[in-house]
Design a protein around this ligand. Sequence first.
Ligand code: SF4
Ligand code: SF4
Length: 425
Amino acid sequence: MKSLFENRYRRPPVHRDGAAAAAEIARIALRYLDAMRAVPGRPAAMEYFDGIMSGEERVAEVRAFRKGGGKVVGLFCNFVPEELVIALGALPVRLCAGAFPAIAPAEEVLARDICPMVKSAFGLRMMNLSYMAECDLVIVPTSCDAKKKGSRFFDQYVPTWTLDLPQAKDYDRNLALWTREIQRLRGRLEEFTGRKLTKDGLADSIRLLHRRAEAFRRFHEARRRNPCAINGRDTFLAIQATFYDDPARWTRSFDALTEEIAAVSADAETARRPRILLTGAPVIWPNWKLIHTIEEAGAVVVADTLCSGTQRLFDPVEVDEWTYDGMLRALAVKHLFPSICPCFIENAEHIDRVIELAEEFRVDGVIYHILRLCQLFDMEYNHVGASVRDKGTPLLGITTDYSLEDEEQLKTRVEAFLEMIEGKR
Ligand code: SF4
Ligand code: SF4
C-alpha cells in the first residue's frame, strides 16, 4: 500500500531498549493502583478494569489475535470511527499515552518542546512497548501540530495515515468534506484489511458501540448522585479500558459496575467530600498524578469533560437511514460534532459543557488541566475559566506534565483550593 509520506529523505527508525522503562511504568501504575485499591468501599467490579489496564492478559489476547492473522489498528483521539475498523474485522486500540518513562527517548528524535502525550506514545513505539508494539497500522487525526507532524515519525516504524480534520465544526462548510474523509478512510481500510465493508457488518459494529455508549449513559446517571459512590480515578480507569478491551465484554463488565454503585448508599464522610469537575487536557493512565492528588486530598472528581473520560463515550452514533451513505454520514457526524477538543477554531461548546455539567452534578469547584506545551488547552484556559468564574464557581488552573517532580507543589495548590472551597460551604 502506498505510503502517505515521501521516501526521499526517509530515516531509519531509531530503537531503544525498553526493559528499564517498562519496569518503571509498571511501578508507577502499581503505586496508583494500590492507592485506589486502598480506598474503603471501592466497587468490587473494578477488579475487572484493573486487570485490563495493568495486567498482561489483554495484551496477550491482542497478540494472539495478530498471530491468528488479525490486524490491529492504532488510533489517536476520538475522531477515528472505531466502527469502521471493527466492521472490517480489525481490532482498534487507542494509543494516546500517559507513560512518563517513555518521554526521554522520544525527545532524542521528535523534539523536546511538544506535548508529553505525543512524546510518550512515540517513546513507547521506539521501545516496542505495550499496544504500540502490536499495531499493524496507525491512524492520526491532524488535531494539533504535535500529532500532525508526529505522524511522519510514526510512519518510520509502522504504516501511518493521517485523517484530515476540519478546522471548524460547521455543518454547512465542513460536513461534506469530513464525510468524504471518512469515505476515503473506509477505502484505505478495505485495501489494508483485504476485506470489503458490508452493510450488515457496519450496522452490527455501530450497534455494538451504541450499546457501549448506552451503558456509559446508565453509569453517568448513577454517578450523578450526591454523595457519589465512585471515585473519579476508578471512573477514568474503567473508561480507559475501552482503549483496548473487547467492546461487548467491556459493556457487560461496566453494567455490573453501574449496578454495584447504584445499589450502594455512600456514607456521611463521602458526602462531605468536595465535588470537583475536571476539564482541560486528557489524563491518560498511568499519568494519574493530578487526579490522584485531587482525590488523596479529600475531594472526589464527580464529572469531567476530558476526551479520555466522559467525552470518549457519551455520544453514540445515531443513524437515521441504515443505508451505506446514511451510516457513513452518521459516523462522520458523531466523530466530529460532539467533540469539544480545543483544536477547533471556535469551541464555545467546551464552555457550555463545563457549565452544564457543573450545574447538573452540583460541583463545588472546577479544576482545569493544562498539559505543559499544549498551546491549545493553554489558550482556552482564560476563556473557559472566565465563564466558569462568572457563574460563581471556584476554579483552579493547573499546568503540569508527566514528570513526578512537581507532585508536592501540586498537592499544596490543590489542598489550598479545597480549603478555599470548604470555607465557602
Ligand atoms: S484533546 Fe483533542 S487532540 Fe488531544 S487527545 Fe483529546 S481529542 Fe485528541
Ligand atoms: S494535549 Fe494538546 S498538544 Fe497534546 S495531543 Fe492533545 S491537543 Fe495536541
